[in-house]
Write a protein that binds this ligand. Sequence first.
Ligand code: COA
Length: 158
Amino acid sequence: MTSLQEDTIIRKLGPGEKIPYDLLLLADPSIIALNAYLSLAEVYVMEQDQQVIGSYVLLANDPEELEIKNIAVNPAYQGKGFGKILLQDAAQRARANGFKRITIGTGNSSIAQLYLYQRQGFEITAIKKDYFMIHYQEPIYENGIQCKHLILLEKRLN
Ligand code: COA
């Protein structure tokens, strides 16, 4: 459990607790993809006064690499530094559990996310061209740009 302000915590969701689908799907609208890895992953929630205001999912891709998926902050709380804290929290947990790398993926149109992740020490390692065209039925537009390609970023943990 990470302590922030007195009334804000980040904790792992326990078995049987309500999964914050509304928040997780803000990050990636594919519920099919989410359900496919949820049973293999851990869900973390940020709570303020016992209300969930942010969340992310951690999925181990291999013994050295942990991936952050579906990171999201409730729109009413965005732009206040909580996304940055969630990323730092995930990296801290990955490091504490002996992972060598933490990774995250986003779309080519997610300008603010690319800014935030790089500011937090993630570097672009690969681009999966046409990923969103192939795997998503509906076209996605953000910032007036079509989201076509998946950008993979990684942060090395020491
Ligand atoms: N445009 C430009 N910069 C932005 C921005 C925007 N729309 N939103 C945030 N930033 C910048 C902030 O200025 C800040 O920069 P700084 O550290 O240099 O001051 C940095 O990004 C961190 O902002 P923060 O307030 O911590 O981000 P957040 O709490 O809004 O959380 C997200 C970021 C992406 C998790 C949140 O916006 C969100 O839930 N978005 C919808 C879901 C989503 O897209 N998830 C990611 C999928 S890959």
